[in-house]
Design a protein around this ligand. Structure first.
Ligand SMILES: Cc1cc2nc3c(=O)[nH]c(=O)nc-3n(C[C@H](O)[C@H](O)[C@H](O)COP(=O)(O)O)c2cc1C
Length: 332
């Protein structure tokens, strides 16, 4: 059987996985599921929808992540998002930021599984595509061994079949969102155990996974998919180039070909009045760990500051990692 896109996915990351980032990631993996940044349901209902929800068809398969805790508002947001053609709609039950907590959504919802069940039930009524949930193993002094199976039981009773589990608790008081991605210990065993306990559910694991080898090892332990966030963003050359091997595909573009393939996309963005930096900021890690990587980052981050900066900055940065490279030839 053909492996589904969630075998590997790139995590939703606010301010990072915007449409430009996803377009760039898609040039490295044709297979992986890409998640949007979290968009709140009130923003979808009241805000500039094309700006919040618009994306390039080349990004498919792509999942929209929503934040919210009001079933009716979430239903309305899903209804408004459906015409954009996302492949999946995901509810955020994992984000610990204060801003998110005061709206009672994100990780604090781990304490209210029945409300989550009501939310996803409403979302599903409006969605022709799967509604999925991204959660933690628990919050604060909850016992994950007890609350996680209960959470999965109750939310799946509302019809959700697919969960992404960030394998650590969130501490709602006293830790910043960044610390909440580093300090609470990871418990992969618990997530693996959830797949064994709920074999009919799709269970994807997230948190601290930094290489394709590690992803492969977790897949071998039985989970249905692996979600990678920071490592995919900071080191896409290692994590995303070659990722399609998880589906048995051969090598895709190399890093140089990825830069070449970004050219027309960037040119079109600049022609519409967009700024180079909006795209190239996501590309700084492309040559991570390779000779010239520092030069690439430096030239790219300094060059974009000049008014009217264009593709010549990308060429100059490329000369740092691939002197004499003919980018046009690399388009292939
Ligand atoms: C900059 C940043 C922004 C994030 N924004 C979101 C978000 O919008 N929604 C969400 O569910 N998780 C968000 N996360 C958490 C990630 O999706 C992921 O669960 C976490 O980083 C752990 O995975 P990793 O160790 O592979 O990075 C964010 C993480 C980072 C680093």
């Amino acid at each position: 059987m053909e492996h589904p896109p969630h075998r590997l996915s790139v995590a939703p990351m606010m301010d990072w996985t915007d449409r430009h980032c996803r377009y760039f990631h898609r040039l490295m993996t044709r297979r992986a599921m890409l998640y949007t940044e979290m968009v709140t349901a009130p923003a979808v209902v009241h805000g500039d929808r094309d700006r919040l929800l618009g994306f390039n068809r080349a990004e498919h398969p792509v999942a929209l992540q929503l934040g919210g805790s009001d079933p009716e508002e979430l239903r309305a947001a899903v209804r408004l998002a459906v015409p954009y053609g996302y492949d999946e709609i995901n509810l955020n039950v994992g984000c610990p930021s204060d801003r998110v907590q005061s709206g009672c959504f994100g990780a604090v919802l781990m304490e209210r599984p029945q409300l989550v069940a009501d939310c996803v039930a409403a979302m599903q009524e409006a969605s022709p595509v799967p509604v999925t949930v991204k959660c933690r193993i628990g919050v604060d002094d909850q016992d994950p061994q007890a609350v996680l199976p209960d959470f999965l039981e109750r939310v799946s009773a509302a019809g959700v079949r697919h969960f992404v589990i960030h394998a650590r608790k969130a501490w709602l008081q006293g830790l910043s969102p960044k610390e909440n991605r580093e300090i609470p210990p990871l418990d992969y065993d618990l997530v693996v155990a959830m797949k064994a306990a709920f074999p009919h559910l799709t269970i994807c694991i997230n948190g601290g996974i930094t290489s394709l080898d590690q992803a492969r090892a977790l897949l071998e332990r039985g989970v249905d998919g692996v979600m990678i966030g920071r490592a995919a963003y900071h080191d896409p050359g290692s994590v995303l180039i070659g990722a399609d091997g998880l589906w048995g595909d051969g090598p895709g573009r190399d890093a140089l070909q990825v830069v070449a393939a970004m050219h027309p996309y960037i040119a079109a963005h600049l022609a519409r009045g967009g700024r180079l930096h909006q795209i190239t900021r996501h590309m700084l890690g492309l040559f991570h760990g390779r000779p010239g990587a520092r030069g690439w980052r430096r030239v790219l981050s300094e060059g974009v500051a000049r008014p009217g900066a264009g593709l010549e900055v990308l060429e100059a940065a490329l000369a740092e990692v691939a002197p004499g490279a003919d980018v046009q030839a690399a388009v292939g």
